[in-house]
Ligand binder design. Structure first.
Ligand SMILES: C[S@@+](CC[C@H](N)C(=O)[O-])C[C@H]1O[C@@H](n2cnc3c(N)ncnc32)[C@H](O)[C@@H]1O
Length: 426
């Protein structure tokens, strides 16, 4: 019998407080020493799902809890109440078990013991909430630091659409190794998207899908698959994949037959590129290095730079990000992105192409980076992105693409991304 603090619910609670009180991401909290370290894979999946659902519906949970609380409870108690509210009203868990577990967590918790009675009383009332009242709660609002920025970048209507897309979550997208999305869709029971990805909806165990063991596909959001496509890799093309881990784009480039050198600063993350290449039986040269210091012996014909960024385009999958990050934390990335672009251009041969991308919604990490790079480098030009699947609303200045989570709403959305194709003359 596991101890109470070893249950998925207790782990979910610690994930929640880790994000909200300590500003850490779920990914940062997912190591062996983290709250989920003692759980089996199914328990980890459950803990993570519950914590992420709570973050996705935090505002709704607070609105439901408010009338039942005379004053704001201490953060540790509030976390227990929020988690249980979402588990009952969003996840549809049986109230009896949820309330009992929440009361036990309160009794066992440091500083929450005296409030176990309040937790019990409040959650019993929350359990009576009709589904229509829960459903009537609007989507989770982005925190002010991000909402304000997006308001100025794309307007209030777009922000509302983005928040609705965040609340809806994200489907599972796969990239077929052989490029045959129609065949893969039939095999896994998914839908072939116009961009060449395959979308699978509903709960699914990734490793149980046909073709996983054989490495016939890999998980990659439909937007994240576009930069490598726009690089137009071909057999023998000498490509540097800079900031490559965990390697979704490396796999695409290698599958197209390009001669890929993948560089990433993180040894641990590069180990995942190695695993992914092994599973898919693809090859690339892997180099663990800081791109700012790495000096290749010969220049590349094409470079893909997927720069570290705020990842604000991936909130559908990572609802913890807006809570764990803030404006001050991401600002240093803007300068790093500019330096990485300059460094990439120094490694690019004459006539070569640089695809610069970020999974960010912020213009500072996308449109503004391209504009500034064009100003800094007289030998750089913008090449309008060309592909039959590009929709007119995706295009931005310089022929680059701006993807937002509220796009493709009828298809299940798409991650936010910025992708620019740049050419070096000379
Ligand atoms: C957005 S992720 C890349 C995702 C990857 N391209 C893919 O498709 O799977 C950014 C990566 O940049 C790496 N990184 C950050 N700073 C770096 C630097 N100075 N040099 C090399 N890699 C860096 C991080 O370790 C991280 O793996």
């Amino acid at each position: 019998m596991s101890r109470n603090e070893d249950t998925p619910r207790a782990a979910a609670l610690r994930l929640l407080t880790g994000v909200l009180d300590e500003g850490r991401t779920v990914a940062e909290l997912s190591g062996p020493e983290g709250p989920m370290g003692v759980l089996d894979p199914a328990g980890r999946a459950r803990a993570q799902r519950l914590a992420l659902a709570t973050l996705r519906h935090l505002g709704a949970a607070d609105a439901i809890l408010k009338p039942h609380l005379r004053k704001a409870p201490p953060p540790a108690v509030r976390a227990i109440l929020r988690l249980a509210t979402v588990e009952m009203l969003q996840e549809g868990a049986a109230p009896h078990g949820v309330v009992n577990a929440a009361v036990t967590m309160a009794r066992d918790g440091r500083g929450t013991k005296a409030m176990a009675g309040l937790v019990n009383a409040v959650l019993r009332k929350v359990a009576e909430t009709p589904q229509h009242a829960w459903k009537a709660q609007g989507p989770q609002r982005l925190p002010g630091w991000l909402r304000g920025r997006l308001d100025s970048a794309c307007g209030r209507a777009a922000v509302t659409g983005i928040e609705a897309a965040h609340a809806a979550g994200a489907p599972l997208d796969l990239t077929p190794k052989d490029g045959d999305a129609v065949a893969l869709a039939a095999r896994v029971g998914g839908v072939a998207l116009p961009t060449g990805s395959v979308r699978v909806t509903g709960p699914v165990q990734v490793s149980a899908l046909p073709g996983y063991e054989a490495g016939d596909w890999w998980v990659q959001d439909a937007a994240a698959a576009l930069p490598a496509k726009l690089l137009a890799p071909r057999p023998g093309l000498r490509v540097f994949d800079l900031c490559a881990a965990p390697g979704g784009k490396t796999l695409q480039l290698a599958a197209a037959g390009a001669e890929v050198t993948a560089v990433d600063i993180s040894e641990a993350r590069m180990a995942r590129v190695e695993e992914n290449l092994a599973r898919t039986d693809l090859s690339a040269e892997l180099i663990v290095a800081d791109v700012l210091d790495w000096a290749p012996s010969t220049p590349a014909e094409a470079i893909l730079l997927d720069a570290p960024c705020s990842a604000t385009g991936t909130v559908r999958r990572h609802p913890d990000l807006p809570f764990a990050k803030d404006a001050a934390g991401i600002k240093p990335l803007f300068e790093l992105q500019a330096r990485l672009i300059d460094r990439a251009l120094a490694m690019l041969g004459p006539g070569g192409r640089l695809v610069y991308c970020t999974c960010s919604l912020l213009p500072e990490e996308g449109e503004a980076q391209t504009a500034a790079a064009l100003d800094r480098h007289a030998d750089l030009s913008a090449i309008p992105a060309e592909a039959p699947w590009i929709e007119p609303g995706w295009r931005t200045d310089h022929g680059a693409l701006r993807l937002r989570p509220d796009f493709w709403a009828d298809r299940g959305g798409i991650d936010g991304f910025y992708i620019a194709v740049l050419g070096k003359t000379g």
